[in-house]
Design a protein around this ligand. Structure first.
Ligand code: ADP
Ligand code: MG
Length: 250
């Protein structure tokens, strides 16, 4: 469904992604693991075009959106193209980025109404369904400032789903939460995986990656060093770098 080839992303003084090939099939759950600074967030941000790639090719459902030669002309891709690919992805960040002056339902319905010009009634009906999905149907009229961290993140997930994205992207969705409430957020993500929503989850939760992911991708220094089934990655890591990383996570 999504294919990224030879993706390079340079910042002023570093190469965050170094010729990364990454693809995901419809219905697949991919977990990305790796040390801090290895390029995990940058890869997600390139998937949904929050970051412009320096060079490489991005194809979604057979349509090539971004195709730049090694010389790097990505800055010339029209914003219109970037917005189209962005609309096909839903992103959930470590810090929830909810609108505090809006209720839970308003947060969820904002983009469908404002961006997709959906009918308000229809958007709200779907909003209530999504609240139910994340187990917060009683919070529709509550301002998000009054929620706990775990509840905020579940609202952020519902808000991402409200746009019916082709792919949901999660960037360390539980790392800002207290350990005792990470479970409620991980359970929601697990439920989405069971419903075969296509997802990429950057996570430090090795147990979660092992249990939920169809495929685990290990990144280090801007490269995908190793990938495979949870069994292959966690039981039979091949590279020294992955072995070192896994023992550092114990
Ligand atoms: P991870 O999510 O795996 O911790 P990141 O993708 O955030 O890693 O970062 C990869 C590398 O890119 C790091 O060296 C980081 O400092 C650099 N980087 C990320 N974002 C920017 C930015 N906006 N400007 C400059 N350098 C950045
Ligand atoms: Mg990151």
């Amino acid at each position: 469904m999504l294919e990224m080839k030879q993706i390079v992303k340079d910042f002023a003084n570093c190469r965050a992604l170094d010729h990364v090939d990454f693809s995901i099939a419809k219905g697949e759950t991919v977990a990305i693991i790796g040390p801090s600074g290895s390029g995990k967030s940058t890869l997600l941000r390139c998937v949904n075009c929050l970051n412009r790639i320096t060079s490489g090719t991005i194809t979604l459902n057979g349509e090539t959106f971004v195709d730049t030669p090694e010389s790097g002309k990505a800055e010339y891709i029209p914003d219109k193209e970037l917005r189209r690919i962005c609309a096909e992805t839903g992103m959930v960040f470590q810090h929830f980025n909810l609108f505090p002056h809006m209720t839970c339902l308003q947060n969820i319905c904002y983009a469908p109404i404002k961006v997709k010009k959906e009918d308000k009634k229809k958007a709200e009906a779907r909003g209530h369904d999504l609240l139910k999905l994340v187990g917060l149907e009683t919070k529709a009229g509550v301002y998000t400032a009054q929620l706990s961290g775990g509840q905020k993140q579940r609202i952020a997930i519902a808000r991402g789903l409200a746009m019916n994205p082709e792919i949901m992207l999660f960037d360390e969705p539980t790392s800002a939460l207290d350990p005792e409430i990470t479970g409620e957020v991980l359970n929601v993500i697990k439920k989405l995986a069971e419903e075969r929503i296509t997802m990429v989850v950057v996570t430090h939760e090795m147990g979660f990656a092992r249990e939920v992911a169809d495929r685990v991708v290990f990144m280090d220094q801007g490269k995908i060093v190793e990938q495979g089934t949870p069994e292959e990655i966690f039981k039979n890591p091949k590279s020294e770098r992955l072995k070192d990383f896994l023992s550092s996570m114990l």
